[in-house]
Design a protein around this ligand. Structure first.
Ligand code: FMN
Length: 305
């Protein structure tokens, strides 16, 4: 298996990080990725809290990282305190512009990461002391920007900063992994491919939907965030599997803000695991069955160099 200096420095056998996916990447998934030689991350998303983090940390054991969302941290500062106290292998905070958490993490001797979408953001994060950047392209699952695509972004970020850069967004196969390593990435930060795995927290209907979907079944929309009244910055819609609600509202999100009844209906869809939105990137077509995290890491490494 091809590896990288960054992966060796972190003691990884495979240069792969499971993306910190709120409600999906819990302690069990992080522990399984860690045991199989990758960097396992616990994700605290929109519904993240200090209490939920404690539960997932207890399930994970030692050696995993933690990823949280900027606006959630501001709503619940205890979450950052809890994350720092856990001394994670890597701490990522994404989707914000306030990088003051970086100094706090460094003061605790904790390595830091954040997702970036342009060379300028990469330079800012580097100046703030972030250790590793995640260049996140538009094909990725969950929240992210609508542009640019991964490959031009990766080139731009690699040229802009002298620190390790991980590639994210639509990476789902060994060929995808090999391509970003060849392009100079220090590893891959992979969400969707792990979302359907045996150890994820995703409820069964979501797992089945991921297995059935193809790359053309995803859509980028703020539909469910607007319905839930969540303070996601407008530049970060979410890539989800298409469903009847996104067919109706994607592209018409502003109308939702004034349609109370529709928002109520969307909230009840989201609360039911049978109809809840499923975050997925365009790599979703590579998911054909429920695999263990170890099987996924094995297949990603198989021909990656
Ligand atoms: C189900 C799901 C949940 C996610 N939740 C989070 C999150 O809580 N925090 C975060 O920083 N990124 C989150 N992401 C985005 C990932 O960090 C990453 O950008 C993305 O998964 C990469 O693209 P891929 O899904 O095509 O591999 C999520 C992605 C998915 C698929």
């Amino acid at each position: 298996m091809r590896t990288t200096a960054w992966a060796r420095e972190l003691g990884l056998r495979v240069p792969v990080v499971n993306a910190p996916m709120g409600g999906v990447a819990g302690g069990r998934l992080a522990a399984a990725v860690h045991a199989a030689g990758g960097l396992g991350m616990i994700g605290m998303g929109s519904a993240g809290s200090a209490a939920a983090l404690r539960t997932e940390l207890a399930a994970a054991g030692e050696g995993v990282g933690i990823g949280v969302v900027d606006w959630v941290l501001r709503a619940e500062p205890e979450l950052l305190e809890q994350a720092l106290a856990a001394r994670p292998r890597l701490l990522s905070v994404s989707f914000g512009t306030d990088l003051s958490w970086v100094a706090a993490a460094r003061a605790h001797g904790i390595r830091t990461a954040t997702q970036v979408y342009s060379a300028d953001e990469a330079k800012r994060a580097h100046d703030a002391g972030v250790d590793v950047l995640v260049a996140r392209g538009a094909a990725g699952g969950g929240h992210g920007t609508a542009a640019p695509e991964l490959r031009p972004l990766l080139d731009e970020v690699l040229a802009a900063v002298p620190i390790p850069v991980l590639a994210a967004g639509g990476i789902a196969t060994a060929a995808d992994l090999a391509a970003v390593l060849t392009a100079g990435a220090s590893g891959a930060w992979i969400g969707t491919r792990f979302a359907a795995c045996a150890e994820s927290l995703l409820p069964e209907p979501g797992r089945r939907a991921l297995i059935a979907a193809t790359a053309d079944d995803t859509v980028l929309t703020s539909t469910y965030d607007i319905a839930a009244g969540l303070p996601w910055p407008a530049r970060f819609p979410s890539r989800v599997l298409r469903d009847p609600a996104t067919d109706r509202w994607a592209g018409h999100e502003d109308d939702l803000r004034t349609d109370h009844a529709a928002r109520v209906e969307l909230r009840s869809r989201a609360a039911d695991p049978a109809t809840a939105p499923v975050d997925a990137g365009r790599g979703v077509g590579a998911i054909t069955r429920v695999e263990t995290a170890a099987e996924i890491l094995g297949s990603l490494s198989a021909t990656a160099g």
